[in-house]
Design a protein. Structure first.
Length: 450
């Protein structure tokens, strides 16, 4: 969420998913409005070619939802269209079940009107189904549908992108000639419109195969109980298995539908009104009706201290410039680094105390280097610590140095150094290793036998 695609479209939240990609609600920063963005999730040659065909379709009709623009960003592409918030016909049937006949006639009239414009452009949709027919959120007012998803549509005469004996579309909404591998034609879309009408009147997907068998063996079946006779005559003309006996154009089917509506009985007063409400839900945080909302800048609170701060150290008097320490001659390297000499600001010329050649400089954890005036401007003298030095006796042999125990430089407490954990004895490790090698060899042998 919040990703800006190609510097223009800000993806907000996913609202749908299809076979070729996901559909997002997005904000168009150039046009300053919300749009639906279909992001392609595959990049093979066939999918890209279908994408090019779909985004190149430009049909301006109130009942057609065609792509409006497209963009590419690195290895991803998307195209945008108007945002339709009322869901699809599948959502309407899921909420209300079978719809009244007059309401269905209104939806079919709009669908045939949009389909007539699509066919006039020479385009066969090839995937008309309830999920691809979207609804505007009009409430209890007059419904307004829009035909969408031209992902597998094609113009008549264009080369097909599918292999031989392979059918493209949604099972249950195929025309009989499609199953036989015929070239896509406008009459196949009209057959799917008839199946969608039965779905709206019955509330369930019709059995297309049983319907075709009844037409072929017994002719046109009688009108179902839930379908008025004038409306059934129009649907029977859309559902003929023979494409030559079917309605040839969407405009002709629409004229027959308008004539049938005049003969329908008046609706009963107790019918429940169908409400098409918003299916998208509220916008996420950070977005409002007019686009992204400016987020207020909050001051960062100070971090909470778990331990009380240490008391401040009183600053000592500044060091005069004339009493700067004199450089000492370079000494021979020792095992332990020499402790830097202390500087006493109250003693005028500072003299390095002479040490015995046999006196070893021991590490004093309580003695810390004192910063000079150029570093902090002040310093603090720790209390002097006396270290008795035993006299040197050449007759006494030197003692062996004791093992040094690590200590904490701040507290002087000994530090526990973790030792190396011993491994298993060879009597245990060798058989386990041999058993693992045998198991590995048996596994490889079993894989080669599959």
């Amino acid at each position: 969420m919040g990703e800006v695609f190609a510097g223009r479209y800000e993806l907000i939240d996913p609202i749908g998913r299809g076979g070729a990609g996901a559909v997002w609600r997005a904000w168009d920063h150039r046009r300053r409005r919300y749009v639906a963005a279909k992001v392609l999730q595959q990049s093979d040659a066939h999918t890209l070619l279908r994408f090019v065909r779909e985004q190149a379709l430009r049909i301006d009709h109130p009942h057609v939802l065609a792509p409006a623009s497209w963009a590419a960003d690195d290895d991803q592409v998307l195209f945008t269209m108007d945002l339709v918030a009322g869901g699809s016909l599948a959502h309407v049937i899921g909420d209300y079940g079978p719809l009244p006949p007059r309401y269905v006639c209104t939806l079919l009239d709009q669908l045939l009107s949009g389909l007539a414009t699509v066919h006039a452009e020479g385009v066969v949709h090839r995937d008309i189904k309830p999920a691809n027919i979207l609804m505007e959120a009009t409430g209890t007012g007059r419904p307004h549908l829009r035909l969408s998803d031209f992902g597998i549509s094609m113009r008549k005469g264009e080369p097909r992108l599918t292999e031989t004996n392979y059918v493209v579309g949604t099972p249950g909404y195929f025309a009989p000639e499609q199953l036989l591998g015929a070239e896509p034609d406008f009459t196949a879309d009209l057959y799917a419109v008839g199946l969608v009408a039965l779905y709206l009147l019955h509330g369930t997907r019709p059995d297309s195969q049983a319907l075709v068998e009844h037409f072929l063996t017994h002719g046109t079946p009688p009108a179902p109980d839930s379908v008025p006779e004038p409306l059934w005559q129009v649907l029977a003309g859309l559902l003929q298995p023979d494409p030559q006996a079917r309605f040839r154009t969407a405009t002709g089917a629409r004229k027959a539908l308008n004539a049938a509506v005049e003969m329908l009985p008046e609706p009963e007063g107790g019918e429940e009104p169908v409400e098409i409400f918003d299916q998208l839900g509220p916008l996420p945080d950070g977005f409002g009706p007019d686009g992204p909302v400016a987020r207020p800048v909050q001051d960062t609170p100070p971090p909470v201290q778990d331990t009380p701060p240490a008391p401040p150290v009183p600053a000592a008097a500044p060091v005069p410039a004339a009493t700067a320490p004199t450089p000492q001659p370079q000494q021979q390297p020792h095992t332990q680094p020499p402790t830097p000499p202390l500087h006493d600001p109250y003693r005028q010329p500072y003299q390095q105390p002479q040490q015995s050649p046999h006196q070893d400089q021991q590490h004093n954890p309580y003695r810390q280097p004192v910063p000079g005036p150029s570093e902090t401007g002040s310093f603090h003298l720790p209390p002097p610590v006396a270290h008795p030095v035993p006299p040197f006796d050449p007759a006494v042999p030197p003692t062996q140095p004791q093992r040094h125990t690590p200590t904490d430089p701040y507290t002087g407490q000994p530090v526990q150094v973790p030792g190396r954990r011993p491994g298993p004895p060879p009597k245990v490790a060798v058989p386990v290793l041999l058993l693992a090698l045998v198991s590995l060899a048996v596994g490889f042998w079993a894989l080669t036998q599959v």
